[in-house]
Design a protein around this ligand. Sequence first.
Ligand SMILES: Nc1ncnc2c1ncn2[C@@H]1O[C@H](COP(=O)(O)OP(=O)(O)OP(=O)(O)O)[C@@H](O)[C@H]1O
Length: 238
Amino acid sequence: MIEVRNVTKQFASHTAVNNVSLSVARGETLVLLGTSGCGKTTTLKMMNRLIEPSGGSILIDGIDVRRESGPELRRRIGYVIQDGGLFPHYTVAEAIATVPKLLGWEPSAILERTRELMAKLQLPETALNRYPAELSGGQRQRVGLARALAARPPVVLMDEPFGALDPFTRRHVRRELFGLSELKETTVVLVTHDVSEALELADRIALMNQGSIVQIGPPDELLHNPATDFVKDFLDLY
Ligand SMILES: Nc1ncnc2c1ncn2[C@@H]1O[C@H](COP(=O)(O)OP(=O)(O)OP(=O)(O)O)[C@@H](O)[C@H]1O
């Protein structure tokens, strides 16, 4: 469960996020949708302390994220970015093992979990010793997700996770990933500017404009009861 309370982020004189409040229930997928530069990524990165808010507070499972250091917090929260965000000099096996290793898992448990995720994500075992440059974009994306899910984090943050893929692969990987039973139990916050992606994946959508949330609700509500002309026009693009 994530609670964002009156969060603001100021970069010099520019207010990137302006008094945003929202909550995400356990197991829910919330999509942050909006035009380029409206503050989606900044909002997401404040949830795992890659960016510190200028005001307000963020709680995960009732605990203020500032009670832990950024690195500690990020071991508990999965994070997926465009193109997987993999280190070029880590093999697939090393990438997936990163967080379990930091948490002190036994090597045999890490290997078992890695094999399980590879199978679920339809990655061939022969890819285990390959480097990101030796994978396709879709495979890199799936390895990025496997890495984020490896230690079974209750919360996963995703920033344009399918942005680097062509439309066909994008749809395919998207369906595959969101069909995973383990993702159904995970609280997910996903950033996109793609309306069809938001409508397909979201339990609820938070539509942002110029640092503020204009409307938050289930996709149907935004489609059929748009709060403003901006919401109507934005979804009309679909
Ligand atoms: N480190 C920074 N310093 C100054 N301004 C920043 C910084 N990071 C973001 N901004 C500004 O804050 C605003 C919000 O940026 P943010 O990355 O959150 O937008 P976004 O909605 O995720 O956009 P996009 O879809 O293009 O990634 C933008 O105007 C951006 O230029």
